[in-house]
Design a protein around this ligand. Sequence first.
Ligand SMILES: Cc1cc2nc3c(=O)[nH]c(=O)nc-3n(C[C@H](O)[C@H](O)[C@H](O)COP(=O)(O)OP(=O)(O)OC[C@H]3O[C@@H](n4cnc5c(N)ncnc54)[C@H](O)[C@@H]3O)c2cc1C
Length: 91
Amino acid sequence: MTLNRRTFLGTGAAVAASLSAPSVLADGHGKPRVVVIGGGAGGATAARYIAKDSQGGVEVTLVEPSRTYFSCFFSNLYIGGFKEIDDLGHT
Ligand SMILES: Cc1cc2nc3c(=O)[nH]c(=O)nc-3n(C[C@H](O)[C@H](O)[C@H](O)COP(=O)(O)OP(=O)(O)OC[C@H]3O[C@@H](n4cnc5c(N)ncnc54)[C@H](O)[C@@H]3O)c2cc1C
């Protein structure tokens, strides 16, 4: 399958529809579960909003090997001497 804008949006819509119908994922065995691999900007945001928007209806596990995630964004402020390196770290 070729990944183009149409298939990308279609797949995203299918995933969103699945998440809005947790019983489909749950398969009759308790809460549906989502495992997000990578706690960077994208993964942490996805995990946060799946948990928040499902209002506890989806059990979310975030897998991240690093204890602290250092964001690339704002790194210019560190390089410029306006922020400390710890300011870029998120636990
Ligand atoms: C120098 C620089 C400056 C930038 N400045 C900006 C900016 O000002 N504004 C902006 O919007 N964007 C900026 N970006 C882009 C932004 O950083 C990326 O778009 C964003 O970090 C991508 O998020 P992500 O979650 O996809 O990936 P990442 O942030 O790279 O996160 C990936 C995560 O996955 C984890 N991971 C990797 N492999 C595995 C594995 N096998 N199992 C489990 N976890 C794993 C990593 O530890 C990491 O925490 C900048 C990028 C760079 C390089």
